[in-house]
Design a protein around this ligand. Structure first.
Ligand SMILES: Cc1cc2nc3c(=O)[nH]c(=O)nc-3n(C[C@H](O)[C@H](O)[C@H](O)COP(=O)(O)O)c2cc1C
Length: 361
């Protein structure tokens, strides 16, 4: 559990509306005052050709503009994913557009890719001292006439700055964006993005390229995604984004807000989707499991269901900035208790069980 100071900090932040609280948190974290102990050595894991000090990372959307990367890494996260970044800056949807469902430890957001744009964010990342694993999550501008071209531009701009890249085609808050998950568009996007990534490497080391999908896909769509993912030369999949589902919520008033739901109520759905994708693609291709993780037990479950790496977002809002360090310490114990020498040993041990579960709702 969070300590006294952390709980007091959360109480103060929860008095502000969610976006103001978020801005204050980013401001505080950018000062980089808190420093967690380094993750225990048995959490080290090699995925995507990168050496992660911990498999627990911060999911995209928290530090959209790369303003607090070093402060966030110092909290004990094994990696931080910034963005979503679009080629041009954009303001996003009208406010209010972010809602806390406190009884459910959930958030509904319809921010709509508010961000400073690729040039500003690339300059910010290029100015920091190298160190730590920093992924860049890429998106398309709402008004773009050629969305695939926006992703290609993002790959061009960030391939030599980012530790890894993610094509985010699963935000529910940019109308039509999720259509890029349909087989034909999905294949066109992946092929063009892989080509751009390879070209940027210019014969040198290529930057790992992943795609982030929704947890709301039916079996047919997931099968097509698995098939095209494997044939396209892409390096991994992030499963997944926020959900449009509203099952298991006690806060009926907030549940009616439009947008994507994240946090505890997403855990079951996102973990089942992760396991189903793992089963379809087999071992080997890296998967990042994200959705509803707020404890080491939940993080271990993601590994067992088939994730190589795990990300957290909403869990940090409700449990505080110490969450990464707490998950690290306890996950190291849980792995040792089961005689797993490293996170890799746990990956996929319970894929079949999770893949067979019915989706909630
Ligand atoms: C306020 C908010 C903003 C988000 N913005 C982004 C984003 O810009 N890009 C993205 O890929 N995911 C975004 N996400 C989704 C998270 O990265 C994550 O996939 C999702 O919240 C599920 O994880 P969680 O239950 O741990 O929060 C956002 C989530 C929240 C709550």
């Amino acid at each position: 559990m969070a300590g006294f100071i952390e709980r007091a900090g959360l109480n103060v932040l929860f008095r502000f509306d969610p976006e103001t609280a978020h801005r204050l948190a980013i401001r505080g974290l950018s000062l980089g005052i808190t420093k967690a102990p380094p993750p225990p050595p048995n959490l080290r894991t090699r995925v995507l050709g990168l050496d992660f000090p911990s498999p627990i990372g911060l999911a995209a959307g928290f530090d959209k503009n790369a303003e607090a990367v070093d402060g966030l890494l110092r909290l004990g996260f094994g990696f931080v994913e910034v963005g979503t970044v679009t080629p041009l800056p954009q303001a996003g949807n009208p406010k209010p557009r972010m809602f806390r469902l406190e009884a459910d430890e959930a958030i509904i957001n319809r921010l709509g890719f508010n961000n400073d744009g690729a040039e500003t964010i690339a300059a910010r990342l290029a100015a920091r001292k190298p160190g730590g694993i920093v992924g860049v999550n890429l998106g398309a501008n709402r008004a773009s006439a050629d969305r695939i071209a926006d992703y290609v531009a993002g790959v061009d701009r960030f391939a030599r700055i980012a530790s890894y890249l993610v094509l985010n085609i699963s935000s529910p808050n940019t109308p039509g964006l999720r259509g890029l998950q349909e087989a034909e568009s999905f294949e066109a996007l992946l092929l063009r993005a892989v080509a751009a990534r390879d070209e940027a490497a210019n014969g040198g080391t290529t930057t790992p390229l992943l795609v982030k999908i929704a947890p709301d896909l039916d079996d047919g769509a997931l099968e097509a995604i698995a098939r095209i993912t494997v044939s396209s030369g892409i390096d991994g999949v992030v499963v997944g984004n926020t959900t449009l589902a509203r099952t298991g919520l006690t806060d009926g008033r907030r549940a009616a807000e439009a947008g994507g739901l994240s946090g505890r109520p997403l855990f079951q759905r996102a973990t089942i989707m992760l396991a189903r994708l793992r089963k379809l693609i087999g071992p080997g291709l890296p998967l990042i499991g994200v959705g509803g993780v707020d404890t080491a037990e939940a993080a271990l479950t993601k590994l067992l269901a088939g994730a190589d790496l795990v990300q957290v977002y909403t869990g940090m809002i409700y449990r505080g900035h110490g969450i990464a360090a707490r998950i690290n310490a306890r996950l190291a114990q849980l792995l040792a208790e089961r005689d797993f020498a490293s996170p890799e040993d746990a990956v996929g041990r319970e894929t079949d069980r999770w893949a067979a579960m019915p989706l909630p709702g």
